[in-house]
Design a protein around this ligand. Sequence first.
Ligand code: MG
Length: 285
Amino acid sequence: MPKPGKQPIIFSDLDGTLLDHNDYSIDAVEPILKKLALLSVDVIPTTSKTFAELQFLMPQLGLTTPFIVENGAAVFIPKPKTATTLMNQPEGTVSIQDYWCKSFTQPRSHWQPYIEQAKRQFEGCFSLMTEMSATEVAELTGLTEEEAQRALQRDYSEPVSWHGSVEQEQGFIEFMQQCGATVLKGGRFLHIGGCAQKGIAMEWLMNVYQKDFLQQTGQQKDWFSIALGDSGNDISMLELADIAVRIRSEHHDFPILSREEGVIDSDSYGPTGWAECIQRILSLE
Ligand SMILES: [Mg+2]
């Protein structure tokens, strides 16, 4: 549990965690998000989703916080006119629209020649999300076509829908790893990208919070990270956070962690489990 005087920051996966896996509803978490905003506890969406999707989702979630996209490939920090917490442009960031952006990995185009090779080797075993129409993506994910359009605007990673056998999938993962890619298993797709990890982006952003507070006030502040996720692509942040919350899924087991200390498993599924655990950890009424 957070110690008195420590300021919590919540890093949360979206699909199957903060958002319902099937209908992407936020009804279960909305009242908690409002309470957290009143308590100035930042909730940082940390997701496989894209910048385009997050730009649209953040106002719906009522959040003006930084966010982490494409499984840790980049962190976007709103510039101070829209943010309340971070005031200084962090080192190593570039300005993109109303955000400061820190990238951790190569652009998506870097992986395309390797994926073309894999297409020949694993013929018929997979399809690329970016080669699907918005209608196909919508059918596969339950997103609306408009939402699917935003999901297709990928900057860093290539989601792959697998149709082959488990053995072929393993062979494909090994092939992509030999090409230098990292392969993460999300709820619906295998994500091919650079060695970005949600945990690395989370640690970087925690440092930014620390430095920014020091620059603003001349004082140190103790921050406390809580990470919540339901899948393999959440493991890196669940391993590194002060408290790891594994959200129960109707579709797969909890992700396996090497740590045992500071791990909480939700009883309920998806966003209801999210609300249950955050209320318990932060002793919210
Ligand atoms: Mg998830």
